[in-house]
Ligand binder design. Structure first.
Ligand code: FDA
Length: 304
């Protein structure tokens, strides 16, 4: 039944005219150009938040597109430096051709992470659907052999995550972002119930902290934010051992509350010309988001 409702939601969203999708996506996306993204990051920095920039455009289909993504990411790194922004960069490996040419993807990442190191910046490798998990982890491990300024994301909904966290920590790789996970995965490999995912999230977070990991606590779920506060206090962590992370446009009032308590917080800022495809893909992956957009359409919520 839920499946049918979700399919209907997605079908409905595809009928919504592009300019309207754009209006609603506009809350979650910084714009099309680097200059738009720079403006948004500047505003966030002024609020006391750090940022991580994401050039939209995962899952490209040709070597030319992968090369174009690489060039764009390199220019983002230059812009961050030139504009003295407090921002790092998040990258989905499929936008650098992970699914079409793994070797190219690794060499492009070497170039990007190397340039980021020279500029004093940091690259976070986003985690995509489970078909990409193993390759993403192996590219991360290969990069870490050469560079320290790169970190990974683990997803609390995956059953394998505790084992991945433990293995990485044993290898001395300890810079994580921990999120619930956004893709729809089979029950054999993923927890499905919110309570189960949350329990796994907090267990993994504790495991990471106890092993001395640095964690980007990426969530808007108040239960997890409060769980993280408790762990931070219990373990007596310093403010430079973790940061909270939230998506642009999602629960800005929670963001303000976390910042007001003196915690460090980073906002994930997607931008780029692929905003439409990105929004539609997000809706398909997670029809709940489509539900939010439709709700906003019909209740005429304000955008900011
Ligand atoms: P939950 O889904 O329970 O949401 C809690 C509340 O937040 C909701 O009730 C709603 O009010 C609000 N909310 C959450 N998402 C919203 C949205 N999109 N629009 C409007 N309201 C929303 N995933 C992944 O698989 N790989 C990755 O690399 C990343 N990277 C990443 C970075 C950062 C900084 C964040 C915050 C998230 C990710 N994610 C991700 C996405 C993550 O896995 C997850 O899907 C979302 O954050 C939603 O989960 P929450 O923990 O927020 O809880």
């Amino acid at each position: 039944m839920m499946d049918l409702v979700n399919k209907l939601l997605v079908a409905t969203i595809l009928l919504v005219p592009r300019p309207i999708i754009r209006k609603f996506a506009g809350r979650y996306i910084a714009g099309e150009e680097i200059s738009d993204a720079v403006g948004v990051v500047r505003r966030l920095n002024a609020e006391g938040a750090m940022a991580t920039l994401d050039v939209l455009g995962e899952d490209i289909h040709s070597a030319e597109e992968a090369e174009a993504s690489k060039r764009m990411i390199l220019s983002v790194l230059e812009a961050i430096k030139a504009e003295t922004l407090d921002s790092n960069v998040s990258i989905k490996l499929t936008q650098l051709g992970l699914r079409i040419d793994r070797d190219y993807c690794l060499s492009a990442m070497r170039e990007i992470v190397g340039r980021a190191a020279m500029l004093g910046n940091f690259i976070r490798i986003d985690m995509e659907d489970s078909a990409a998990t193993v390759d993403t982890l192996s590219i991360y491990r290969a990069l870490r052999k050469e560079y320290a300024n790169v970190g990974i994301v683990l997803q609390a909904y995956l059953r394998r995550t505790d084992a991945d966290a433990t293995a990485l920590l044993n290898e001395g790789l300890s810079n994580f972002r921990l999120c619930k996970g956004i893709y729809i995965e089979p029950i054999e490999i993923a927890f499905k119930e919110r309570a189960e995912i949350n329990e796994h999230y907090l267990r993994t977070l504790e495991l990471m902290f106890r092993a001395g990991g640095y964690v980007g606590i990426a969530t808007h779920d108040i239960l997890l934010v409060e769980g993280a506060y408790r762990l931070i206090e219990q373990l007596g962590l310093r403010k430079d051992q973790y940061e909270f992370q939230m998506l642009l446009g999602v629960l800005p009032e929670l963001r303000a509350r976390i910042l007001a308590k003196g915690h460090r917080l980073r906002v994930y800022v997607p931008f780029g010309s692929h905003w439409y495809q990105y929004s539609i893909r997000r809706f398909k992956e997670n029809p709940q988001v489509a539900g939010n957009v439709l709700k906003a359409l019909f209740t005429r919520n304000r955008l900011n």
